[in-house]
Design a protein around this ligand. Structure first.
Ligand SMILES: Cc1cc2nc3c(=O)[nH]c(=O)nc-3n(C[C@H](O)[C@H](O)[C@H](O)COP(=O)(O)OP(=O)(O)OC[C@H]3O[C@@H](n4cnc5c(N)ncnc54)[C@H](O)[C@@H]3O)c2cc1C
Length: 406
C-alpha cells in the first residue's frame, strides 16, 4: 500500500504558508474566487510583523519627504482608498467591521525644517493629498503655545491590527492550520510542493503560495533544492521599536519630519484595557536604534520625546522595546521595494507584501499569477479533519509588552 493510500489526504486547490496580512488577505481573496484553500502557520496568526506593525495605511507621501515623489510613492498612492472601499464592503476582500483608529494622519515639522516643508507641500503634485492645519485643528499633543512648527493632515488612515486579524480570520477560521516543522514534513517535487504531511494528514495542493514573511527564506531554500526560483532571495531590515505606556491621554497618529528625507519619529497610539495609552514609536528612531542596546534605545526615546514635546511629562511612563525585522524580497543595496511582490515558478508562488498598506496590491498580483497558471476551482474540500490542529491568533505587541491588563 502506498503512503497516500494509507493516509487521510486532502487536495486543496491552493496551500498558503504564513498567516500574517499576506496569507490571510490571500486566503480570503482566493476563497471569494471559489478556490479551496488551506493555510499553514508555524507561530501565531499575525504574531510576526503584522501585529507588530503600526497599522498605518499610507499613500506613500512620507517617502516623498526628500522633495519629489518616487515611483514607490506613486505606486501606493491609491491604497488608502482601496482600504476604505474594503472597509465599506466594496472591495474583493471584505473588511467590514475593521476598527479604524484614525481617519487621517498628521505630519508635523519642528521650527527648523518648516520652510522646506512649506514649499514642498505647496507643490502641484501634492495638492489635495495634504492639508496645512490651523492651530485650533492641531492634535492635542501638539496644541501647546510652546510648539513652533507646522502641522499637516495626510489622507492616510490607521487601523487597529488586532481587529484586522479578527476580520480576516473569522470567514476562514477552520482553514487556518498549525504547522509544526519539528513534527510535520514537506515533500518538494520538480514543479513545486508535492505534499505537506501535517499531524498524520497528507495535503496535496495544486498550487502553493509562500507568504511566510521572514520564514520565506527557509522555505525558498528548500524549494531551491528542487531548482525552483533559482534567482530569488530574501532580505531583512531590522528595527528597534519603542513602546511608551503613559497616562497623558493624548492620542497621536503622526510623523515628525526632521532634517533627512525619512520621518524622524512616527507615533501611533494604542489603548490598553485599563485605559492607559501606549505610544508606539517608529521612524528613524527605530532604524538607528538597531545599533543601540535596549537601555540606550530607551534613553534615546526619552531624549527624543523631551526634545519634541517639552510640555509633556513622560516621567511616570513605562518603556518597552521590540526588536523586529521587515522581511522583503532582496533588493539592490537593501533599497525599499516599490510594490507588493509576487512571482510564480511552475506550481509555486512566492510573495512579500513589503507593507501592510500594499495588501490589496498583493491580492491583485496573486490573482493575475493564478489566472496565468490556469488553475480553476476544484471540488469543495468539505470538513477539515479534527486531526489538523488550528493555528492560534497572536496578540498585539502592546499587550505582549505590558500585559493584557496593563
Ligand atoms: C515594526 C513594524 C512596523 C510596521 N508598520 C507598518 C505600517 O505602519 N504600515 C505598513 O504598511 N507596513 C508596516 N510594516 C510592514 C508590514 O507590517 C509588513 O510588510 C507586513 O505585516 C508583512 O506581512 P506578512 O504577512 O508578509 O508577514 P508576517 O506578518 O511576518 O507573517 C508571516 C507569518 O508566517 C509565519 N511563518 C514563518 N515561517 C513559516 C513557515 N515555514 N510556515 C508557515 N508559516 C510560517 C510567521 O509565524 C508569521 O505569522 C511594519 C513592519 C514592522 C516590522
Amino acid at each position: 500500500m502506498t503512503d497516500s493510500a494509507r493516509t487521510p489526504t486532502l487536495t486543496p486547490d491552493i496551500l498558503i504558508f504564513g498567516g500574517g496580512i499576506a496569507g490571510l488577505w490571500l486566503i480570503n481573496r482566493l476563497r471569494e474566487r471559489g478556490y479551496q484553500c488551506l493555510l499553514l502557520e508555524t507561530g501565531t496568526l499575525g504574531g510576526a510583523q503584522t501585529l507588530a506593525s503600526q497599522g498605518i495605511i499610507h499613500g506613500g507621501l512620507k517617502y516623498a519627504l526628500g522633495g519629489g515623489l518616487s515611483s514607490e510613492s506613486e505606486a501606493i498612492a491609491g491604497m488608502p482608498d482601496r482600504w476604505r472601499a474594503a472597509i465599506d464592503g466594496r472591495d474583493k476582500v471584505d473588511l467590514s467591521g475593521l476598527r479604524v483608529l484614525a481617519d487621517t494622519q498628521n505630519l508635523w515639522s519642528t521650527g527648523s525644517v518648516a520652510s522646506r516643508m512649506t514649499s514642498f507641500f505647496a507643490s502641484k503634485m501634492l495638492r489635495g493629498r495634504i492639508e496645512k492645519l490651523k492651530r485650533d485643528q492641531f492634535p492635542s499633543a501638539l496644541a501647546n503655545p510652546r510648539f513652533k512648527g507646522q502641522v499637516y493632515r495626510l489622507d492616510d488612515l490607521v487601523v487597529d491590527t488586532e481587529s484586522l486579524l479578527r476580520v480576516l480570520v473569522a470567514p476562514v477560521r477552520d482553514r487556518l492550520l498549525r504547522f509544526d516543522p519539528g513534527r510535520d514534513h514537506l515533500e518538494w517535487g520538480d514543479d513545486g510542493l508535492r505534499a505537506a504531511r501535517i499531524n498524520g494528514v497528507r495535503i496535496e495542493p495544486r498550487l502553493t503560495v509562500l507568504a511566510a514573511g521572514e520564514g520565506n527564506a527557509a522555505l525558498l531554500a528548500d524549494a531551491q533544492k528542487s531548482r525552483l526560483f533559482p534567482r530569488e532571495a530574501a532580505q531583512s531590515r531590522p528595527l528597534k521599536m519603542v513602546l511608551v505606556k503613559h497616562r497623558l491621554g493624548h492620542r497621536l497618529y503622526a510623523h515628525c519630519v526632521g532634517a533627512s528625507n525619512k520621518p524622524r519619529l512616527t507615533v501611533t497610539t494604542h489603548e490598553l484595557p485599563d485605559g492607559d495609552l501606549v505610544w508606539y514609536l517608529g521612524g528613524e528612531l527605530a532604524e538607528k536604534g538597531v545599533e543601540r542596546s535596549d537601555e540606550q534605545q530607551i534613553a534615546a526615546a526619552r531624549a527624543e520625546l523631551d526634545a519634541l514635546f517639552p510640555w509633556l511629562d513622560f516621567g511616570d511612563a513605562r518603556f518597552a522595546i521590540l526588536d523586529v525585522a521587515r522581511a522583503e524580497p532582496r533588493q539592490h543595496g537593501l533599497a525599499k521595494p516599490d510594490n507588493a511582490y509576487a512571482r510564480r515558478d511552475r506550481d509555486l508562488i512566492i510573495t512579500w507584501p513589503t507593507k501592510l498598506t500594499l495588501a490589496p496590491d498583493l491580492g491583485d498580483r496573486v490573482d493575475a499569477l493564478v489566472d496565468e497558471h490556469g488553475l480553476t476551482p476544484g471540488a469543495p474540500l468539505g470538513e477539515v479533519p479534527e486531526a489538523l490542529p488550528r493555528a492560534p491568533v497572536g496578540q498585539p505587541q502592546w499587550y505582549r509588552s505590558f500585559g493584557e491588563h496593563g
